[in-house]
Design a protein around this ligand. Structure first.
Ligand code: URP
Ligand code: ZN
Ligand code: ZN
Length: 459
């Protein structure tokens, strides 16, 4: 099969030019001007923006949090991703049974994804306890399974102590992998949650008050210092939400330290006034860390421009507002944490970032496609447009204006946190390894077409 994309505005993290792209057998074979190919299919991309397929390195499909299960599986979730211009995800595995080894969850997640995923995928490992067996087993997960990144949590049920985090950082550095961390100070959250609940302050607006920016700042700073102690081990901070956290990262970068930061559309587009909406609508926005203030939003956009924030991922974790989220209707601490966004990321960042001149179009590609591939061992197979790379392409029509509405999105959930936001520019084609899998907001790919990507270590 072959595909020729003609006359598009081709955008990479560094370049911007008009040209044609020829894809054969799933791989970009030629890029040029006036290519004459006997292709099976041709797309006229004149006036359109042609970028590498989006890469979302933070999703939670099938996530079971005990009180609820995320509403998207690897079929519905990846359909939504495809319709929003994303061609690859790296999903964060959920916790397994207490005491299980690392391979246990790897097997569970392969079972979840195979024959279902419609886009390419990988997983981040999860560390829920540490002992010599786990540290030894990491080698085969990194080298044999092709999973060189793991997430550790500083809060929630399986939070690790500092000594355990040091062991993970050190081991992953030895193996050429990277530690990703959920940075929130557990003791402060517990203290504040207890205070609000004991004083009968239980509505959604107390969720952000129980997790103020200092909760994130302390944990980010601690992680940077812990990584430094173990020979500057590579560190990736997920879902950064605050200026205070960003400032610690900037200081680390000024000292040349090996720390990467990710933020998410919700922290760039929404603020904490959402928790005050009537009828408990604030439950829709219960996620950790919580939404912040305009000052943090402005700082995060600047952090992206200044290169301190390297990626934008979604933390897609959809719980139904009319069912799962209602568990928190009388007590915000009982609400499952997380919100959808896998489909909205590329349109939102293109519209709010590029169209509103907050970031350049090259920066958009860098943070949504190229850096995620580089940091997580998929580059240059994924994340760029060059000869030899996979034929993963998203074509955006910059003239489409659309109002985001849950009923027109594809996630298996009953709301979008971005309901009513007007976006300018929308993906019209999503192409994975040369196959058109979504067109004009419709999924036209095949169940199970997605392939597991064995990722490389040594970033
Ligand atoms: O509230 C959130 N972010 N839920 C998903 C799990 C996590 O911490 O990333
Ligand atoms: Zn997290
Ligand atoms: Zn997450």
């Amino acid at each position: 099969m072959s595909l020729l994309i003609k006359n598009g505005n081709i955008i990479t993290a560094t370049d911007n030019y008009i040209g044609d792209i020829y894809i054969e057998d799933g791989i970009i074979k030629e890029i040029g001007i006036n290519l004459n190919k006997d292709s099976y299919k041709t797309i006229d991309a004149k006036g359109k923006i042609v970028i590498p397929g989006g890469i979302d390195v933070h999703t939670h499909l099938n996530l079971d949090v005990g009180i609820a299960v995320a509403n998207d599986d690897f079929y519905t979730g990846t359909i939504a991703a495809a319709c929003g211009g994303t061609t690859t995800i790296v999903d964060h595995m959920g916790f397994g049974p207490k005491g299980c080894n690392l391979k246990h969850q790897v097997d569970v997640y392969h079972e979840y994804a195979k024959e279902k995923a419609v886009i390419d995928y990988s997983f981040h490992g999860v560390i829920q306890h540490i002992n010599d067996d786990i540290l030894n087993e990491m080698e085969s997960i990194v080298n044999n399974e092709g999973i060189p990144s793991f997430k550790v949590y500083l809060t929630y049920d399986y939070k690790l102590e500092d000594e355990e985090v040091l062991k993970v950082l050190k081991r992953l550095k030895e193996l050429g992998g990277i530690t990703t961390v959920h940075c929130e100070n557990h003791g402060s959250i517990k203290f504040l949650k207890d205070y609000y609940i004991n004083n009968n302050l239980k509505s959604p607006k107390y969720h952000p008050l129980s997790r103020p920016v200092e909760v994130e700042g302390e944990a980010v700073n601690r992680m940077i210092n812990l990584a430094k102690i173990v020979d500057d081990a590579p560190l990736y901070i997920v879902h950064l939400s605050s200026e205070i956290g960003l400032n610690y990262i900037k200081t680390a970068h000024e000292k040349g330290e090996n720390v990467y930061a990710e933020t998410c559309p919700q922290y760039l587009v929404l603020d904490d006034s959402k928790y005050e909406i009537e009828n408990n609508e604030g439950l829709k926005y219960i996620m950790s860390p919580p939404l912040r203030k305009q000052r943090d939003i402005d700082a995060l956009w600047k952090g992206i421009n200044d290169g301190h924030i390297k990626t934008i991922a979604t933390d897609h974790c959809p719980f139904a507002f009319n069912k799962d989220k209602q568990l928190g209707k009388d007590d915000f601490t009982k609400c499952p944490n997380g919100a959808p966004g896998i489909e909205e990321r590329i349109p939102l960042i293109f519209s709010e970032g590029v169209m509103k001149n907050r970031i350049s179009i090259n920066k958009f590609v860098e943070v949504c496609c190229t850096n995620p591939a580089k940091i997580f061992g998929m580059y240059p197979k994924k994340g760029t447009i060059q000869v030899g790379s996979d034929g993963d392409i998203t074509i955006i029509d910059p003239n489409i204006e659309k109002i985001l509405k849950a009923e027109e999105l594809h996630s298996n959930v009953d709301y979008t946190p971005y309901e009513g936001i007007k976006v300018k520019g929308y993906p019209i084609y999503t192409i994975l390894r040369g196959e058109i899998i979504a067109k004009d907001n419709n999924f036209i790919g095949k169940k199970g077409y997605g392939e597991f990507i064995k990722r490389k270590s040594k970033i």
